[in-house]
Design a protein around this ligand. Structure first.
Ligand code: GLN
Length: 496
């Protein structure tokens, strides 16, 4: 169960990035003090939560923090996220730092370069705390597929945090980082954010560079922020978006200043609620809470309307075909030769591949590779992969039609609140259903955000999702911010 916190009871590690920034600017705190507060917090709760695969050496964190403090001391103009401690999902390359994808296959991989998002955050002078745990190669919805450890949900240590960015999300939820980056291929930022009571945003495909993100399904993957509130979400989005010539799918455009979205006004905004996402398979308490959240938006002047997306039921099968097909191709590079894990015993080259891949990959990754290879094979390509691509086109069209009349779409983020360890891990299909509300957004390349909107009767967080038009994150953030300002939900922290 959580605890409600008044402003005067907050510890340094409870604050958001923008609050800490104000405190840094007015010299109420220093960057090393903030870093120390997080180091101590990690020492205090990490053994319960297991959010991190790697926590950086304490001395190194403090040294980096001192370096940033010098900028504040000498009155330099400091970037918005300067001195803010963060966690990065373990599938984004950081030069010189172990990057494992939570897989035995990469348990010794130290990248020789930075992912573009990392370069951007280094320019922001953020302070890296560590690498967040995840489902192996981002395949999963509970973080139980990590080869190293099971991350716990800070709100109930017997429950999963969701996945695949479970470590990123748990680190923010447990106040072991101010913000984190996750990646979202079919819901991996939004679904765990909903299950752990934090804000998580998947940007429009092409808004954030994928260069240096270890690929799962290249046509769906996007990196995005996990934060304690909507304001921080806009600040992190400002820091990571932008054109990158190293990513051929990066869109060359000028991004707006997303903090301009932080206005408490949504009068006249049209929000569509597709009935398919409020029916069978959606837990009653979740449904009730999301509908209550929609009433808050209505009270603020939004116009709500029921819409229909009959294609919704085909999104999940199409997603699992497309993502597995792409994964089977992307993961072919892990062969025990160039980098990563190599089997000790083998006879000849083919056996080296076979043994290294058999020993290096876990069961879920193998399942996806087999499924994807099958869907792409000559005799079945038309029946499965091509069909899935046709469904993708229809889903995009369905969104386009709704967006002719509406500015945003609102649905639950996850069909249920957090589930127990082991509840779904033995049955892949039931685990895949955890993504029922999120995958269509990736298929259509749209932006989506999950915002906390309350708790169920067990005290577990519930989130709702807003989906925007392509590259219209600004409208999505405006509605999210307006909700946050008017929801009346007090600051509540997990009781760790
Ligand atoms: N849970 C989904 C899957 O297992 C989504 C994963 C993701 O977004 N990385 O494919």
């Amino acid at each position: 169960m959580g605890v409600n916190k008044e402003d005067n009871e907050l510890e340094l590690y409870n604050y958001t990035a923008h609050e800490l920034r104000d405190m840094l600017t007015s010299k109420k705190v220093s960057v090393p003090e903030i870093a120390k507060s997080y180091i101590d917090r990690i020492k205090q709760v990490e053994s319960k939560v297991d959010a991190y695969v790697t926590v950086l050496d304490e001395k190194e964190i403090i040294k980096n923090a001192q370096e940033v403090q010098k900028g504040f001391d000498s009155g330099d103009e400091m970037p918005a996220l300067a001195g803010i401690p963060m966690a990065i999902k373990d599938n984004m390359c950081i030069k010189g730092i172990l990057t494992t994808c939570s897989s035995k296959m990469l348990n010794n991989f130290i990248p020789p370069y930075d992912a573009t998002v990392i370069k951007k955050l280094k320019n922001q002078k953020t302070v890296l705390l560590g690498r967040a745990n995840m489902d192996e190669f981002a395949m999963g919805a509970s973080t139980e597929n990590s080869a190293f450890k099971k991350t716990k949900n800070p709100w109930d240590l017997g429950c999963v945090p969701g996945g695949s960015s479970g470590g990123s999300v748990a680190s923010v939820s447990a106040d072991e980082a101010v913000f984190a980056l996750g990646s979202d291929t079919g819901g991996s930022i939004r679904q765990p954010s909903s299950l752990c009571g934090v804000v998580g945003l998947k940007p429009t495909y092409g808004a954030v560079s994928r260069f240096g993100l270890i690929a799962f399904a290249s046509s769906l993957d996007q990196i995005g922020p996990v934060t304690k509130d909507v304001t921080d979400c806009a600040l992190v989005l400002n820091a990571i978006t932008g054109y990158d010539s190293s990513d051929s799918t990066s869109v060359n455009m000028v991004h707006p200043d997303y903090s301009k979205a932080l206005i408490n006004d949504i009068k006249g905004l049209k929000i569509g609620l597709p009935k398919e996402y409020f029916g069978e398979g959606i837990n009653e308490e979740v449904k009730k809470s999301v509908l209550e959240a929609s009433e808050v938006l209505k009270k603020q002047g939004a116009e709500l309307g029921e819409v229909s997306m009959p294609m919704a039921e085909y999104a999940l099968p199409a997603y699992y075909l497309i993502s597995s097909a792409e994964a089977s191709s992307n993961l072919a590079r892990f062969d025990g030769v160039k980098y990563g894990y190599r089997a000790e015993k083998y006879s000849g080259l083919i056996d080296l591949y076979k043994q290294s891949r058999s020993e290096g990959f876990g069961p879920e990754v193998k399942r996806r590779i087999m499924l994807g290879t099958y869907a792409l094979s000559a005799g079945y390509y038309d029946a499965y992969y091509k069909k899935a691509l046709q469904v993708k086109t229809l889903i995009k069209r369905a969104f386009d039609e709704i967006f002719e009349k509406y500015d945003l779409i609102m649905i639950p983020t996850s069909p249920t609140t957090a589930f127990k360890f082991g509840e779904k891990s033995e049955d892949p299909l039931s685990m895949y259903l955890a993504d029922i509300c999120t995958v269509s957004v990736n298929i259509a390349g749209l932006p989506g955000i999950s915002i906390p909107c309350g708790f169920d009767s067990k005290g577990l967080p519930i989130g709702f999702q807003l989906i925007g038009k392509a590259f219209d994150e600004i409208t999505m953030l405006r509605a999210a911010y307006t909700y946050e300002q008017n929801s009346g939900i007090p600051i509540r922290k997990p009781n760790l």
